[in-house]
Design a protein around this ligand. Structure first.
Ligand code: F6R
Length: 608
C-alpha cells in the first residue's frame, strides 16, 4: 500500500528520500512523489507515475536542495493513477502525504469548494490539505492545534505527514489506521510507514501509537496521545539486520523467502521449545487463565493467513477438542454476529495492518469474547498494539508480495498454541511433548523437500502454458490446495481453483478433460483411500493428474506422482505447501512475470 518517508535534517535530504522511498517499492504502488522546502521557503514538488527510478531521474534533473522533505508511493484508491493524483498534495503552505481513506471526503470536498478552494486532483488527501489550510487561515492557530481540531471532521483512516512552508523546521506526523515509525538520528530525525525505509540510516526507532500526533524537529520530538496529552513513547533498537533485506544469491525475494523457511521456523521455535515443553511465558499468567476457560475459538484473517487459520481449525478440533470457526475478515465484519459462549477471538496476519482484519478485531471487542490474541509477524503493527495478547511469528521481514514464510511460521506458532491449550485443558495429555518433538524436526524436513526443486522445475515446464489448473485436497490438505491455488494465481496469473477432493463429483468434475491439470496433495492418512477414488474419477475423464504424496499410489491410472519424504500426519500441511510454493514460483518465472510485485497487488492491504 502507500509508503511514506520524511526527514528533517541539517543537510540536503533529497537523496535520502529517494533511496528510502525506493526501499518501500516492495509494498506495491503505482505512482510516487516527493516535496522539499528549499532555503527560500519555496515548496518544490516532483511526482510521476510508474517506478521510483522515474521519479529519481526527474528529481536529479532539477538538482533540488532542502533540509526538510517528504516522499510517498501511492496505491490508487481515490482517483485513477495519474501524476495529479500522486502525493504529496499541497494547499498553499501545507504539504501532505497520506496513507488511508477519508470516508466523508465528498462532503468535505463540496464544503471546501464552496469556500473557494480549487481541487487539482480526485484524491481524498487533497481534501485534508485544504481542510487544514482553511482551519489554519480561519483560526490563526498553530498547525498542531489545527490538526487536533480537524480530527473530528475526518472520518476514516489518515496516517499522514505534514510540512508547513511557513514553519519549515518541523514535520507533523499523525498515526491513524496504519503505522508510522520515527527514526532517531544525530541532529536529524525521520519518519516512515515501515522501518525498512530507515534502517540504512538508524536503528533507533519509536513506533507511534494509534491516535498519536508527533512534532518532529531535527533535534527533538514531542508526541501527543489521542487525548492531546504529551506522552513519552518507548525507543527500541531494531533487530532487523539491514543486510538480510537484500535478495542475496536469489533472483527474487519470493524465491529467497521460500528457501528461508527452515531458518524462519527455527526462529519461531527458538526459546519456545525447551526439552519437550512449549514455553509461551511471553503471553503471561492472564492468558493462561483465559485459555483454561475457552469453549470455542473464532479465527479471522485474510488471504494466506486465512488458509493458515483453516488448517488450525483441524488442529483445535482434533487435538484440543475445542470447536473452532474460521472466517474471512471482510465477511466477519459484514454481518450480524452471534457469539458462542466462552469464545476466544484470534486474528492472523503477516503485516498486522490488514484493514479488514483490524476492523474485525475492533468489532469483536464489542461482542463479549473472552479475549483476543493476534499471531503476527510485525511487532509494532496495529494488530499487535490493539490486541490483548500477541504471539510473533518471527519469520523475518517478508518482501515478496506473495506470502510464503509467513504462512509456514504462522502454522508453526498455531500448532504450538494448540498443543499448549490442549495440555492446559487436558492435564494428562502427552500432546505438548509430542508436538514439541515433531516441531523440532520440521526445519530439517523442509530442507529435504526443498531439494526436490528440480522435479518441480520440470513440472512447471509442463504446466506453464495451461489456462486453468485445479487443486484438490481433503481434510487439512484442503486449505493447502487453496493456498497452492492462491500462490499460482498471484504469481503466474493462471486461473487456479481449489476444491475439497470429495466435492469434485458435485460439480467441478464437469471441467475435467485432457486440457486441465489437477494437482492433488495426498499424504498418508485415513483419507488417502478416498482420495484415490477421486484420482480414478479424474483419470476416467482424461484429466492430467499430479499427485504429491509420501506413499506409492498403487493405481493403474496415468499420473505423475511426486514423492515427498514421509512426515507425521499432524505437520503434513506445513510440509505439503512447500512444493506448491515452488511450483507457483517456477511457473511465474517461466512466464516472465514480475514475481515479487504481481500486478494490482500490494503487500499490506490497509484499505477495506
Ligand atoms: C497472498 C497474500 C495475501 C495476504 C492477505 C493478508 O500471498 O499475501 O493474501 O495473505 O492480504 O495479509 P496479512 O497476512 O498481512 O493480514
Amino acid at each position: 500500500m502507500c509508503g511514506i518517508v520524511a526527514a528533517v535534517t541539517e543537510r540536503n535530504i533529497t537523496d535520502f528520500l529517494l533511496e528510502s522511498i525506493k526501499r518501500l517499492e516492495y509494498r506495491g504502488y503505482d505512482s510516487s512523489g516527493l516535496a522539499i522546502i528549499n532555503q527560500k521557503k519555496n515548496i518544490i514538488r516532483i511526482r510521476c507515475i510508474g517506478k521510483v527510478n522515474e521519479l529519481s531521474k526527474k528529481v536529479k534533473q532539477k538538482k533540488i536542495f532542502g533540509k526538510i522533505g517528504i516522499a510517498h508511493t501511492r496505491w490508487a484508491t481515490h482517483g485513477k493513477v495519474s501524476e495529479e493524483n500522486a502525493h504529496p498534495h499541497i494547499s498553499s503552505n501545507i504539504v501532505i502525504v497520506h496513507n488511508g481513506i477519508i470516508e466523508n471526503s465528498l462532503k468535505l470536498r463540496s464544503f471546501l469548494e464552496k469556500k473557494g478552494y480549487i481541487f487539482h486532483s480526485d484524491t481524498d488527501t487533497e481534501v485534508i490539505a485544504h481542510l487544514l489550510h482553511w482551519e489554519q487561515t480561519k483560526t490563526g492557530k498553530s498547525l498542531i492545534e489545527v490538526i487536533q481540531n480537524s480530527k473530528n471532521r475526518l472520518h476514516g483512516s489518515y496516517s499522514m505527514v505534514i510540512m508547513d512552508a511557513y514553519n519549515s523546521s518541523k514535520l507533523i506526523a499523525v498515526r491513524s489506521g496504519s503505522p508510522l515509525v520515527i527514526g532517531l538520528g544525530q541532529k536529524e530525525n525521520f519518519i516512515a510507514s515501515d522501518q525498512i525505509a530507515l534502517l540504512n540510516i538508524t536503528k533507533r526507532l519509536i513506533y507511534l501509537k494509534e491516535g498519536d500526533i508527533a512534532i518532529i524537529h531535527s533535534k527533538n520530538i514531542k508526541i501527543f496521545n489521542k487525548h492531546g496529552f504529551i506522552k513519552k513513547r518507548k525507543e527500541i533498537i531494531s533487530n532487523v539486520k539491514y543486510k538480510t533485506i537484500g535478495k542475496g544469491k536469489y533472483k527474487y525475494y519470493m524465491e529467497k523467502e521460500i528457501y528461508e523457511q527452515p531458518s524462519s521456523i527455527r526462529h519461531a521455535l527458538h526459546h519456545r521449545i525447551k526439552k519437550d515443553k512449549i514455553n509461551f511465558s511471553e503471553l503471561g499468567y492472564r492468558a493462561k487463565k483465559i485459555f483454561l476457560n475457552i469453549e470455542h475459538i473464532q479465527i479471522v484473517a485474510c488471504g494466506t493467513s486465512y488458509h493458515a487459520a483453516m488448517v488450525s481449525k483441524h488442529w483445535f478440533e482434533s487435538l484440543a477438542s475445542i470447536p473452532c470457526d474460521v472466517e474471512v475478515a471482510s465477511e466477519f465484519s459484514s454481518r450480524k454476529l452471534a457469539v458462542r459462549k466462552k469464545s476466544f477471538f484470534i486474528t492472523l496476519s503477516q503485516s498486522g495492518e490488514t484493514a479488514d482484519t483490524l476492523e474485525a478485531l475492533r468489532i469483536s471487542k464489542k461482542l463479549g469474547y473472552l479475549g483476543n490474541l493476534t499471531i503476527c509477524n510485525m511487532k509494532g503493527s496495529s494488530l499487535v498494539q490493539e490486541s490483548d495478547f500477541y504471539l510473533l511469528t518471527k519469520a523475518g521481514i517478508e518482501i515478496g508480495v506473495a506470502s510464503t514464510k509467513s504462512f509456514t511460521t504462522q502454522l508453526t506458532v498455531l500448532l504450538m498454541l494448540v498443543a499448549k491449550i490442549t495440555k492446559l485443558k487436558q492435564k494428562k495429555s502427552n500432546i505438548e511433548k509430542k508436538i514439541a518433538n515433531i516441531l523440532t524436526t520440521l526445519p530439517f524436513r523442509i530442507e529435504e523437500i526443498l531439494k526436490k526443486n528440480n522435479i518441480i522445475k520440470t513440472i512447471s515446464h509442463q504446466l506453464c502454458n495451461k489456462n486453468n489448473i485445479l487443486f484438490l485436497g481433503r481434510g487439512d490438505q484442503y486449505p493447502i490446495a487453496m493456498e497452492g491455488a492462491l500462490k499460482l494465481k498471484e504469481i503466474s496469473y493462471i486461473h487456479a481453483e481449489a476444491y475439497p477432493s470429495g466435492e469434485l463429483k458435485h460439480g467441478p468434475l464437469a471441467l475435467i478433460d485432457k486440457n486441465i491439470p489437477v494437482i492433488i496433495t495426498a499424504p498418508k492418512n485415513s483419507l488417502l483411500e478416498k482420495t484415490k477414488k477421486n484420482i480414478k474419477e479424474i483419470s476416467a475423464r482424461g484429466g492430467i493428474i499430479y499427485v504429491f504424496s509420501d506413499q506409492e499410489i498403487d493405481l493403474e491410472e496415468n499420473m505423475t506422482v511426486i514423492k515427498i519424504p514421509y512426515v507425521e500426519e499432524i505437520i503434513a500441511p506445513i510440509l505439503y505447501i512447500i512444493p506448491l510454493q515452488l511450483l507457483a514460483y517456477y511457473i511465474g518465472l517461466r512466464k516472465g512475470k514480475n514475481i515479487d510485485q504481481p500486478r494490482n497487488l500490494a503487500k499490506s492491504v490497509t484499505v477495506e
